[in-house]
Design a protein around this ligand. Structure first.
Ligand code: DQA
Length: 147
């Protein structure tokens, strides 16, 4: 099964952007971590990033009928985008929401997410490990249970 990992705006700057908040790993490091985790779990990884809302909607639409699960760090659009939420609902696949930082310990506007109530899990404040946890959750949901 394919699992898609999507990253929203400014996550292309990971590693150099506010390292005290987001850590020093780059998005390429995150992709490598996801690739090795997927290899261990028996999932096929598709990994992408977009700075635009429409770009993310297109990427989620491309998952329809194709990907078994979605790991989504929608970054700033988490807190604003009804369109992205609608795309995830339309895709009819399990989605796990990830944030590197603990969004509940920051500005008030980061505490609301348009994605959390439709997510099969929400992971915040675990840094890049959060992507690994999310992939494990997707694997548990989509792979047949091992005896
Ligand atoms: C983020 C948290 C968001 O509030 C923020 O806009 C981001 C990154 C995170 O991974 O911690 O860009 O999604």
């Amino acid at each position: 099964p394919i699992v898609t990992v999507l990253n929203g705006p400014n996550l292309n700057l990971l590693g150099t952007r506010e390292p005290a908040v987001y850590g020093t790993a780059t998005l390429a490091d995150v992709e490598r971590l996801c690739a090795s985790t997927c290899a261990e779990l028996g999932l096929r990884l598709e990994f992408a990033q977009s700075n635009s809302e429409g770009g993310l909607v297109d990427l989620v639409q491309a998952c329809r009928g194709r990907s078994a699960g979605l790991v989504l760090n929608a970054a700033g659009y988490t807190h604003t985008s009804v369109a992205l939420r609608d795309a995830v609902v339309a895709a009819e696949l399990p989605m796990v929401e990830v944030h590197l930082s603990n969004v509940h310990a920051r500005e008030e506007f980061r505490r609301h997410s348009y994605l959390s109530d439709i997510a099969s899990g929400v992971i915040v404040g675990c840094g890049v490990l959060g992507y690994q946890f999310a992939l494990q959750r997707i694997a548990a949901l989509v792979l047949p249970a091992r005896p």
